[in-house]
Design a protein around this ligand. Structure first.
Ligand SMILES: *Cc1c(COP(=O)(O)O)cnc(C)c1O
Length: 358
């Protein structure tokens, strides 16, 4: 029997484990920060019409430059960005992979600040980039001084920030991003997958792009746009950075169907984002209700909450699963993470938790 270990796989991949958030069929799935609201019927209809038109031309390769999609994304982002500042791929994970293909790779390093999005280090290993870890301050924050200290000590080729940070929910200040940028000659990436869920007035790194040609802000349609299954992620940067992406992307990487669906969804941005306010309300409710049940919470600017004071995270995870509710165990001592769902889902989670002895 051949197993992975018997194959002539790259030495640096030996012994690694793949991304593995459990995909279970349960009644209430609050484990991978999806937007649990289905997309509105009218928008779905309009996407289907766009797909129907696109399918008639799938005998041809799609627009390799996905110009209409880049226009739509630039228009959505604002901040004076145009199509030349925008790049997209099959999920922001692919965007991040292309960034490391272009700016990381063998002999190069990427600095991250755990606990953070597990895919950041997995994409590093996939691209042969060495993952280097900095540390955070109290409450998972990163001060400008802490960031600069780690940048100076490790001289990374790429820095991965995540704001708001997954799995902690912590937003990152623009001062920290700007300070890290000034302290490095490398690329600075800010993964803003959850930006739309931040409290009003919280700034985005998009406002730092002007004059910073080594800064990249990555976004996704997976979360706020309820488009996780369609796989559309994107980034904003100086136009020369998108030229780097063209060197590593596979030709025609965004299918005509993906482009059509995304453009149609973006044409309905207000309806697509209508649920974001509801989700923020449920997030705020979790922040208020979890402490009443005796748990501690970490401030969150995203659509999930990391809560502590869990005596046995694995046992609580399994106990909730018995109630057909799945949340996330990220192996952070005494902690679990829960996604803010619909009002009914959030209620079911809180009720179940209330019934379980701490
Ligand atoms: C969910 C998530 C993404 C989204 O990845 P896609 O490939 O766009 O679905 C990216 N970054 C972080 C931090 C996330 O939590």
């Amino acid at each position: 029997m051949t197993s992975l270990a018997d194959l002539p796989i790259r030495d640096d991949l030996r012994g690694l484990t793949p991304y593995g958030a459990p995909q279970k069929s349960v009644r209430i799935a609050l484990n991978v920060n999806e937007n649990t609201h289905p997309i509105p019927e009218a928008v779905a209809q309009s996407i289907v019409e766009a797909l129907a038109a696109a399918i008639l031309q799938v005998n041809r390769y799609p627009d390799r430059e996905f110009v209409i999609l880049r226009d739509s994304l630039a228009n959505y982002l604002g901040h004076g960005l145009t199509r030349d500042n925008v790049w997209a791929a099959n999920g922001s994970n692919e965007v991040l992979q292309q960034i490391l293909q272009a700016f990381g790779g063998p002999g190069r390093t990427v600095l991250g600040f755990p606990p953070t999005y597990s895919m950041h280090s997995i994409i590093a290993s996939g691209t042969g980039t060495r993952w280097v870890e900095g540390t955070r301050d109290d409450e998972y924050r990163i001060s400008p001084e802490t960031a600069v200290r780690w940048v100076t000590e490790t001289s990374p080729d790429v820095i991965f920030f995540c704001s708001p940070n997954n799995p902690t929910g912590t937003p990152l200040s623009l001062e920290t991003i700007a300070a890290a940028y000034d302290a490095t000659d490398g690329m600075v990436v800010v993964d803003e997958a959850y930006a739309e869920f931040a409290q009003d007035g919280l700034p985005t790194a998009l406002s730092l792009l002007a004059g910073r040609e080594r800064l990249i802000v990555s976004r996704t349609m997976s979360k706020a746009f309820a488009f996780a299954g369609a796989r559309v992620g994107y980034m904003a940067s100086h136009p020369s950075v998108t030229d780097a992406m063209r060197l590593v992307r596979l030709p025609y990487h965004l299918s005509a169907l993906t482009q059509a669906a995304a453009v149609a969804a973006l044409a309905h941005t207000p309806e697509m984002l209508a649920m974001v306010d509801d989700i923020r309300t449920q997030r705020d409710r979790l922040l208020v209700e979890l402490p009443k049940l005796g748990y501690t919470v970490h401030d969150s600017a995203s659509n999930f909450v990391l809560f502590g004071g869990v005596s046995d995270p694995h046992a609580l995870f399994e106990r909730l699963l018995e109630d057909d509710i799945i949340i996330r165990d990220l192996s952070i001592e005494g902690h679990l993470r829960v996604t803010a769902g619909t009002e009914a889902e959030t209620t079911a989670f809180l009720d179940a938790l209330g019934r379980i002895a701490r």
